[in-house]
Each structure stands twice: as structure tokens, then as C-alpha cells.
Design a protein around this ligand. Structure first.
Ligand SMILES: NC(=O)c1ccc[n+]([C@@H]2O[C@H](COP(=O)([O-])OP(=O)(O)OC[C@H]3O[C@@H](n4cnc5c(N)ncnc54)[C@H](O)[C@@H]3O)[C@@H](O)[C@H]2O)c1
Ligand SMILES: [Zn+2]
Ligand SMILES: [Zn+2]
Length: 352
């Protein structure tokens, strides 16, 4: 009988179970097999968990993980057995038209771990083992020296790099950056804006603990339950609006609010994920202000080396947002805590 491993699977919306499944093995010469040491729950996992993104039952969840390489395909050249690696949450081929133009998030063969058949049928990383395809392109060896802990590097595969890209693609030093949503991605975007030299960083949410976390990192926190975000941003920008606004939520109401915060000629950057076929937007406002809009699946492999280098240099410290550490066996409770915002960011240990 094939060996088994524990994995968190989504039986149905709101029903996560940890169960024994067959242990994966490499099948392509460009694959590596990773024994996972840390894995996290991301806001994107909430899309299938809450039933907003339909996926088939029993998908192994999770796309943020790091661990030690146990097996290496014959065509892998940059990674060897025993290396410790972090992988991009979205896997690209490195060879198609978009990849050659440095847009791996738009790869013709793009696949995302743990989001089911429609997104490439790639088993997720909330498990003891995972296979990383095209490993030379999609995995990075974890640096052994410097200021970054494993917990910092873990987020280079997804939220830290997503937040960094969302800011880096539209910001100039000195800019006012407004971030809608102080979830993990919003907190990472705010952190990146500071590291890249923003003049001021304003962050908007309705969850006190998350706003406090942002304040600790030097952002101006606006509680949308108490004040109108658009008044607050206008007040802080001589009535212009923010140079760059990041929608780190992924809901229509947040996007509408984000549009109201951008100055004329400014940039709206949307890392938040949208799965609705259509939504209603104040299009005339967008048009008349001449807002530049950037969005889509992050180009993680284009930016993760910068994020790892800045983490090693101590300039990005995303581990500060971790609120809970739990065993993989507690995944059902961890999802509940994350969905209800009782937890800001949860790291799971697959060995317990
Ligand atoms: N583009 C990518 O490749 C990529 C990568 C990672 C995550 N994401 C997406 O980024 C988004 C955020 O992820 P996360 O992990 O931070 O999730 P999260 O759900 O934990 O955080 C969202 C935050 O937004 C706040 N919020 C909700 N509505 C709001 C509103 N109208 N105004 C202000 N705040 C509001 C919530 O209170 C919460 O704190 C999700 O949509 C996720 O799917 C995208
Ligand atoms: Zn994610
Ligand atoms: Zn490609």
C-alpha cells in the first residue's frame, strides 16, 4: 500500500477535515517533493472555504509553505535533496509568451496550489508533503544567514510578495499610499510601502486588532466604523487623495471605497481576488480621474527574490503579523478563527 500523509481537505464549504491521503511523489523531471515544515492559511483560502469560489470536494488546501526537499527530478538544476525551500503560491512554466515577458501570474499554464481543477489541479500545502512543479522557476532556497526567520521567508511565497508587488508597481518615494483592508495582504502592503519610502501610509479596516498591528508598523490606522475613510484620506493629502490605493480586500464595497480614495492621475492596485462575473463600479469617477488600474494574480516569482533580500536585510519583517501557531490537526478550528478575524495570520505545523 502507498504510504499516506495527513492533509487538510475541504469536504464542503466551511468543512475542513484533516485526513490521511496518499503521499505524493514526483512525476515530472522538473518536479521536487517537499516535506513541509510550516504552512499558513491565506485570505484566498477563504474564497473556497466560504463557497465564493466553487471547487470540487476533498481538495488539499493551502498555497503558502516551506520545507525540506526530499526528492528531486532529473531535470532540476538549482535545487538538491536536503535543501530547504519556499515556493511561489502560483506556479508558472517559465517558457510561454507571458512568462518570457516577465508576467508569470498570467502564465498560459498557470496553476495555484490547493484551489482545485479550475486552477490547475495542484494539491495544496496544508499537508505533510507537496510536489512543486517546474521547481527551478517556482522554488527558492531559503537563505541561511541574515535577519530573516523561517516565518518571514514563509510569506515570500505569497502574502509578503503580493503586498510588495501591489505597492512596487505603482509607488514613488514620498507618495501617500492608502491600503483598504488590514488583513495579512494589506498589512504586508503597508510594510512594503514603508520599506520602499512612502511619505505616509494610511490603512483602513474595521477590525481593531488588525488596525493596531498596522499602527505598530508605523501606518496611520482609520477605523471605517468610526470615520469616513475618504474624509480621512482627503484630510491627510491636502484634499487630493492618495497617490496609490491598494484594494487588499477583494469585495465590491471595498473596491468602490478604494476608488473614492485615489487622487486624479493616481494608481489603483488590486491584489484582492475577484471571482464575480460582474460588479458595479463608479466608472465615470475612474475615467474622469484618469486612474491607472493594476490587478490580477501576483507575479510572485518576479518579485520574491527582492522580498527575500529585503527580509534578509531586516527591512521587511512579515512574521510580526502572525497571531496564532497551531498544529495541522487543528486546521478546522484554525479556519474558523481566521474567518471570524479572531486570528490575523495562522501558521500550522504539519508535524502536530
Ligand atoms: N493577487 C494575488 O495573487 C493574491 C495573493 C494573496 C491574497 N490575495 C487576496 O487578497 C485579499 C486579502 O487577503 P488577506 O489574506 O489579507 O485576507 P483577509 O480576508 O484576512 O483580509 C481582508 C481584510 O479586509 C477587511 N475588510 C473587508 N471589507 C472591508 C472594507 N469595505 N473596507 C475596509 N476593510 C475591509 C477585513 O476586515 C479584513 O481584515 C483576498 O481577496 C485574497 O484572496 C490575492
Ligand atoms: Zn494566498
Ligand atoms: Zn508560462
Amino acid at each position: 500500500m502507498a504510504p499516506t500523509m495527513n492533509a487538510a481537505v475541504l469536504r464542503a464549504p466551511h468543512t475542513v477535515e484533516v485526513t490521511a491521503v496518499p503521499r505524493p511523489s514526483i512525476s515530472e523531471p522538473t518536479d521536487i517533493l517537499v516535506r513541509i515544515e510550516k504552512t499558513a492559511i491565506c485570505g484566498t483560502d477563504l474564497h473556497p472555504y466560504e463557497g465564493r469560489l466553487e471547487i470540487e470536494p476533498d481538495v488539499i488546501l493551502g498555497h503558502e509553505f516551506l520545507g525540506t526537499v526530499e526528492a528531486v527530478g532529473s531535470a532540476v538544476t538549482q535545487i538538491t535533496e536536503g535543501d530547504r525551500v519556499v515556493a511561489s503560491c502560483a506556479v508558472s512554466c517559465g517558457a510561454c509568451y507571458q512568462c518570457r515577458r516577465h508576467q508569470p501570474g498570467n502564465c498560459a499554464g498557470s496553476r495555484i496550489f490547493g484551489l482545485g481543477l479550475a486552477l490547475g489541479d495542484l494539491a495544496g500545502g496544508q499537508a505533510e508533503y507537496v510536489v512543486v512543479p517546474s521547481a527551478d522557476i517556482n522554488a527558492r532556497i531559503i537563505p541561511t544567514a541574515g535577519a530573516a526567520s523561517d516565518d518571514d521567508i514563509l510569506f515570500a511565497g505569497d502574502i509578503m510578495t503580493t503586498g510588495y508587488e501591489a505597492v512596487a508597481r505603482g509607488m514613488r518615494p514620498g507618495d501617500t499610499v492608502a491600503v483598504v483592508g488590514a488583513g495579512p495582504v494589506g498589512l504586508c502592503a503597508a510594510m512594503a510601502a514603508k520599506a520602499l519610502g512612502a511619505g505616509q501610509v494610511i490603512i483602513i479596516d474595521r477590525v481593531t486588532s488588525r488596525l493596531k498591528e498596522a499602527q505598530n508598523d508605523g501606518a496611520i490606522a482609520v477605523d471605517a466604523r468610526e470615520s469616513d475613510p475618504s474624509d480621512a484620506v482627503l484630510d491627510l493629502t491636502d484634499w487630493r487623495g492618495a497617490d496609490l490605493v491598494v484594494d487588499a480586500v477583494g469585495h465590491e464595497t471595498a473596491l468602490v471605497s478604494a476608488i473614492s480614495l485615489v487622487r486624479a492621475g493616481g494608481t489603483l492596485s488590486i491584489p484582492g481576488v475577484y471571482t464575480e462575473e460582474s460588479i458595479t463600479l463608479p466608472f465615470a469617477e475612474l475615467y474622469l480621474k484618469g486612474v491607472k488600474v493594476e490587478m490580477g494574480v501576483s507575479h510572485i516569482t518576479e518579485y520574491m527574490d527582492e522580498v527575500i533580500a529585503l527580509s534578509v536585510a531586516g527591512k521587511l519583517k512579515p512574521s510580526s503579523i502572525i497571531s496564532h501557531r497551531m498544529g495541522l490537526s487543528e486546521a478546522a478550528e484554525a479556519y474558523r478563527l481566521f474567518e471570524t478575524r479572531e486570528a490575523t495570520k495562522i501558521v500550522l505545523d504539519p508535524r502536530s
